[in-house]
Write a protein that binds this ligand. Structure first.
Ligand code: PXG
Length: 289
């Protein structure tokens, strides 16, 4: 497996960045998790766009164009002969000194592209559905570190994940600072009530997920009513169906939340339909390589 670093390819064992890179020292950088399906990088344009937006927000200048970065992602997939893959695109502040001052990195941002195969959850969980819990760690405040920024500092999410794991669960619902449902540690959340779809708005503590947007597009094409609306835990507990969306997990049904069974404890009809439709579009919408 070859890894792209700043325009060159390295064998996995030689793919290394400096310990003085502020990405390593401080989590100072941004990233994207992307997937390719049948030699099509799903919504690559949207991922590249979001990466540049995250970078803009943290005053990180990506030292190449969107076109070049798009090509670099495709080249990495080609060199690794991957048809279906998970892609991690990382831009860190680069090598500096031990102080916080980003100016010491001299604008030498580090660009890394790693490609691999991952299945986040075993197939059994997609068939049977996930059991999840709400955790005490709330999502970062937008006025502190906006969840729209996909930064290299994922401690907020990792702490929530640790809480879930310590309680015997694989995934956690994180609330925003007002106590509304925000999202999960690496996924957005949807509920279905009376055949209508609900998901939290992006403004509070939620990442504008590309899978989330895809589900919203599919739903509107299918004539399903969609509400981007604040959701309380109560509304999740009394929902007919619940599912999570993310590039890594794709669409995964949830059948139990905080000990409350959702619907009839089986993946819901609309969830399965949307999952099927999602897999149809993954091979169509994106950049071919
Ligand atoms: N919310 C958060 C906090 C995320 O990190 C999503 C939602 C879904 O967004 P997309 O655009 O992928 O539909 C993410 C996704 C993992 C993992 O291992 C997930 C993400 C990043 C890194 C790892 O599940 N981000």
């Amino acid at each position: 497996m070859k890894v792209y670093i700043n325009g060159k390819f390295y064998e996995k064992k030689d793919a290394k960045v400096s310990v003085f890179d502020h990405g390593f020292l401080y989590g100072d950088g941004v990233f994207e998790g992307i997937r390719s399906y049948g030699r099509v990088v799903f919504k690559l344009k949207e991922h590249i766009e979001r990466l540049y937006e995250s970078a803009q927000s943290i005053c990180l200048k990506i030292p190449t164009s969107k076109e070049n970065l798009t090509k670099a992602v495709c080249d990495t997939l080609k060199i690794n002969k991957l048809d279906d893959a998970y892609i991690r695109l990382i831009v860190s502040r680069g090598e500096g000194d031990l102080g916080l001052d980003p100016r010491k990195c001299n604008g030498n941002a580090t660009i890394v592209i790693i490609t691999d195969k991952i299945a986040l959850y075993p197939e059994k969980l997609y068939q049977e559905g996930l059991k999840i819990i709400t955790v005490a760690t709330v999502r970062n405040l937008p006025e502190a570190l906006n969840p729209q920024i996909k930064s290299l500092n994922y401690l907020n999410n990792i702490l929530a994940k640790i809480e879930a794991i310590n309680c015997g669960y694989e995934e956690a619902i994180m609330l925003d600072s007002l106590g509304y449902v925000a999202e999960c540690t690496g996924d957005n959340i949807f509920i279905v009530k009376k055949n209508e779809l609900y998901t939290p708005p992006q403004c509070m503590g939620t990442l504008r997920g590309i899978t989330r947007d895809t589900i919203l597009e599919i739903a509107s094409k299918k004539g399903i009513s969609v509400h981007e609306h604040v959701i309380t835990r109560h509304e999740v507990y009394i929902s007919d169906e619940c599912f999570l969306t993310g590039t890594a997990a794709e669409i995964i049904p949830v059948v139990c939340v905080d000990g409350r069974k959702i619907g009839d404890s089986k993946p819901g009809k609309m969830t399965l339909k949307l999952r099927e439709e999602f897999h149809k579009v993954t091979k169509k919408e994106g950049v071919k390589y």
